[in-house]
Design a protein around this ligand. Structure first.
Ligand code: AMP
Length: 425
């Protein structure tokens, strides 16, 4: 049964189907945009009409803005979850439910801190999710063409998402009472074409790009930025555009892409953005496969069965480095291991797993890209001699991150060491 709250909203002018670019069914605008496309003729900019969905779909900036204007007028908060689609439980949320009995009723309480879409649903009146495979963040040799696109399934899965949210502040871990609960579902999907997001067209090669781009200097040059030059320029540019359009009260990003999320917090601060403000850009813990802790990712779909078997190696390596970093008393007596030793332990674990895979005759190639430790505040690489105790208790947490190729699939993962409550919130 559709709850009153939602049926009320569906009758509200937020969902006026006549709006330009609003879809419950195919709309000629996206076909028109295909004809207009002049540069970067990739699979991603061929925008076919979106499949039908119970959730309103906005394919144009103008139609979304009309919807958002009404939410502003009615003072409704808007949560935003940007994605590239191919949705998985990392986007939606692993069913982390806590069941308990309260006043003789079985209540299901969803821990909102561990789920990305669900957290937005819990904390906002309305939730918008965008699906846009952003050409500007793929280098010409990368997987833009083959990036998984599962739009029909994504919309179907999204329509099934709901949380029973308490009217009280969910983030305060308050226990909902039966009559204060309400069911919340995604309110809208923003599904723009490449032309809509890049009116002047977009080239993948940076030297050929013309127009306005956003670069977060220094923060974008370590870790992932070192391995993928231009990646964060593409991310910062598209997220600035998305924030300009969506005007979210709160935005939610995954710890899985920790550098991206922290860099965006810097960007929001530096550009004096208000929607979201830096305090309202939230980072949600990484969702993992409960069987082996592999970080969930759209790119996991590329893995062969043998590749899937060895993929958790990266997490295991990071855990080994974490254990090394945390070992010892942590006093000034120098009992802690230093960064160099811990990274070497992680690398050695990867080497061992490569040998084991070979011994078991697994047809898979594993190549470590990097394992690194960076300061979560400055992104600076830690000195080889740094230890937990030498950094002191006041220091920012450490990002222990890595990237590893499994055949032609690049996997990334990270752990936060130290007091990370200021980062993941
Ligand atoms: P993507 O579609 O890969 O660009 O991801 C969209 C958002 O979901 C980003 O903020 C990611 O960090 C987040 N995300 C992706 N995978 C996970 C995961 N396993 N756990 C938590 N967040 C994730």
């Amino acid at each position: 049964m559709f709850p009153f709250y939602l049926s009320h909203l569906c009758q509200a002018p937020y969902f006026t189907p006549g709006a330009l670019g609003f879809h419950r069914s195919p709309h000629p605008i996206s076909i028109l945009s295909r004809k207009l496309m002049s540069t970067a003729t990739t699979r991603s900019n061929i925008s076919l009409p979106p499949p039908e969905s119970d959730i309103p779909i906005f394919t144009t900036v103008a139609s979304y803005r009309e919807w958002r204007r009404k939410a502003f007028i009615e003072n409704r908060s808007v949560g935003f979850v940007p994605t590239m689609g191919a949705l998985h439980e990392g986007h939606l949320g692993l069913g982390v439910y806590i069941y308990f009995i309260h006043l003789n009723h079985l209540l299901i309480y969803i821990d909102p801190s561990s789920l990305i879409l669900r957290r937005s649903l819990s904390e906002n009146d309305l939730t918008v999710l965008s699906i846009f495979v952003n050409p500007a963040q793929f280098a010409p040799h990368e997987d833009l063409e083959t990036y998984p696109r599962t739009l029909e399934r994504d919309l179907k899965v999204l329509a099934e998402q709901q949380v029973v949210a308490s009217n009280s502040d969910m983030s305060s871990n308050s226990i909902p009472t039966l009559d204060s609960n309400q069911v919340k579902r995604p309110s809208a999907v923003f599904l723009p074409s490449v032309r809509e997001m890049y009116p002047g067209g977009i080239e993948q090669e940076i030297v050929k790009q013309r127009g306005t781009f956003v670069e977060v200097t220094a923060y974008g040059e370590q870790m992932e930025g070192k391995s993928r030059p231009g990646f964060f320029r593409g991310v910062a540019t598209v997220v600035t555009k998305l924030f300009n359009v969506i005007q979210p009260t709160n935005a939610y990003f995954g710890q899985k892409d920790i550098q991206q999320a922290l860099l965006l917090r810097h960007m929001v601060t530096d550009l004096l953005l208000s929607h979201p403000s830096p305090d309202h850009l939230h980072i949600v813990p990484t969702a993992r496969d409960p069987s082996d802790n592999l970080a969930l990712s759209s790119r996991n779909a590329y893995l062969s069965p043998a590749g899937r078997k060895v993929a958790p190696t990266l997490y295991a390596a990071l855990k080994a480095a974490e254990e090394c970093w945390l070992a010892g008393e942590g006093d000034e007596g120098g009992k802690n291991k230093n960064k160099k030793e811990c990274v070497e332990i992680a690398r050695a674990l990867v080497e061992r797993r490569i040998e084991e895979a070979r011994d078991h005759g697994l047809d898979v190639e594993i190549t470590l890209d990097y394992i690194e430790m960076n300061d979560a505040g400055t992104f600076e690489i830690l000195d080889d001699s740094d230890t937990r105790s030498s950094r002191g208790n006041e220091a920012a947490p450490v990002i222990l991150s890595g990237a590893m190729w499994v055949d032609r699939t690049r996997l990334i993962d990270n752990l936060l060491l130290g007091d990370f409550g200021t980062v993941v919130r």
